[in-house]
Design a protein around this ligand. Structure first.
Ligand code: KIV
Length: 266
């Protein structure tokens, strides 16, 4: 079975077929997502919050990102795997960016990387593309800029910032990005960017007009309890289901119901 490529994503845009993406960080969920036919898996630095229990995405390291990307790549047959460049893996120099992004392909088995930023990472996108590393740019709310932005806030609401985001999207495309992820921006702005660009836009909190949608898996399945962003939809509450199952196990052990003959050897 051949993997989804950036050409497949471009074709989907040109044929007005929606692109689907989810995050994943481990083998069992990556297998389920792949089996469901999702186009791409982003091994997001959101792993810091939804798996590692950290306050924000800043502390996750390159080593940890490669570890999770390897596991996800091992699980998938079809979905494209995209590694997320963590904070401080690309900001210091373009050389570091290329070396770290290359690790996602060489060690992690990914087919591309995601980088937060538009204009400020245009040279990075150019250098990565030159090194045959497909890049997805990520603009709008960029969680690695939490301290500069003063929290996780909707972007592009003023005329000036909307104009800046349109410009950033064009800059990313011109620099060679294969896609632009738009996070937490007004839907009309996302619609304009989507119409403007030849490359696909993938929205998260950017409304229905993007070429595709991505969500953080743990929001979708109800495994992240700290908060649910307005733009995320919980399709199942797996935390409650797991809690019920674990409580039942505890009760059955305490009452001598488990293990029964069925789960014992003679
Ligand atoms: O880290 C992450 O999960 C992300 C999502 C927006 C894909 O960047």
């Amino acid at each position: 079975m051949s993997k989804i490529t950036i050409q497949d994503l471009l074709k989907k845009k040109s044929e007005q077929q929606k692109i689907t993406m989810l995050t994943a960080y481990d083998y069992p969920f990556a297998r389920i997502i792949d089996e469901a036919g999702i186009d791409a898996i982003i091994v997001g630095d959101s792993v810091a919050m939804v798996v590692q229990g950290l306050e924000n995405t800043l502390p996750v390291t390159m080593g940890e990102m490669i570890y999770h990307t390897k596991i996800v790549s091992r699980a998938v047959n079809k979905a494209m795997v995209i590694g997320d460049l963590p904070y401080m893996s690309y900001q210091v120099s373009i050389e570091e960016a290329v070396r770290n992004a290359g690790r996602f392909l060489k060690e992690g088995g990914a087919s591309g990387v995601k980088i937060e930023g538009g204009a400020e990472v245009a040279d990075h996108i150019r250098a990565l593309t030159k090194a045959d590393i497909p890049v997805m740019a990520h603009i709008g709310l960029t969680p690695q800029s939490i301290h500069r932005m003063g929290g996780y806030k909707i972007q592009g609401r003023t005329e000036e910032s909307a104009k800046r985001l349109i410009k950033e999207a064009h800059i990313a495309e011109d620099a060679g990005a294969f896609s632009v992820l738009l996070e937490a921006i007004p839907m009309e702005l996302a619609q304009k960017i989507t119409k403007d660009l030849k490359i696909p836009t993938i929205g998260i909190g950017a409304g229905p007009y993007c070429d595709g949608q991505v969500l953080v898996l743990h929001d979708v399945i109800g495994l992240f309890e700290r908060f649910l962003p307005k733009f995320a939809k919980r399709y199942i509450n797996m935390r409650d289901e797991a809690l019920k199952a674990i409580k039942t196990f505890k009760e059955e052990v305490e009452k001598g119901i488990f293990p029964s003959d069925e789960h014992s050897f003679k």
